[in-house]
Design a protein around this ligand. Sequence first.
Ligand SMILES: [Zn+2]
Ligand SMILES: [Zn+2]
Length: 241
Amino acid sequence: MEIAPGVFDLTPPTRGYLKGGYVHAFLIVHGSELILIDTLYDADAGVILDQIQRLGKNVRDIKHILMTHGHRAHLGGLAKLKELSGAPVYSHAWEADIVAGERKQQGVSLRPMKGIQAWPILFFGSLLGPLANHIPCPVDHLIDEGAQIGPVRVLHTPGHTPGHLAFYLPEQRTLFTGDAFVTWPLICPGWPNAMLNKKQTWQSLRRLAELDVEVIGGGHGAPITKDGGKILRDLSARGNV
Ligand SMILES: [Zn+2]
Ligand SMILES: [Zn+2]
């Protein structure tokens, strides 16, 4: 689905791809080049390859693979897609050794929290199961706040994880938030149980809320295609940290 001009959500419609807690990946068409943001859950990258083909593109058109952070649900197809495309992989330094399989991702509490008892068991299943079980993939470029990759501006948004990145396309007023902001199972700044640093999470959200944004591609759940900035501002105003 095209969520902004030249920007595609690669995850089949909500309820169509349950894996990784409705995890999402995105593709930016920039001239003849493709820029991929995150890689969904499956190690064979089948869904992403299929979607690229449907768009009339070739996997070798992917010239950059940007990772929001080193959590399993976002890393699934990375090794395969790098192999097929030959594209360099970018991540924050703090996440890079996790992506490369040299360090396990930091554990998160799986205790049910107030308000999420009713969340589907899938929520826990998607976190519990194969936590460290992705195919390792070396990171080619370490990136941080202020980096620019083609039209994409890199924002450091710690909280969910210390090296979490968001990506911003000013021209399309489109923001890719990873797990700094999700819409499934509810609109929130990342899953409450999965915040490694709550204070930083809300600080990062407030920062994202200052951007000129219409469209938001979040890490889990359907993208927001209208009034994204207002939704971010309203949510950040509720933050009490
Ligand atoms: Zn995550
Ligand atoms: Zn996630």
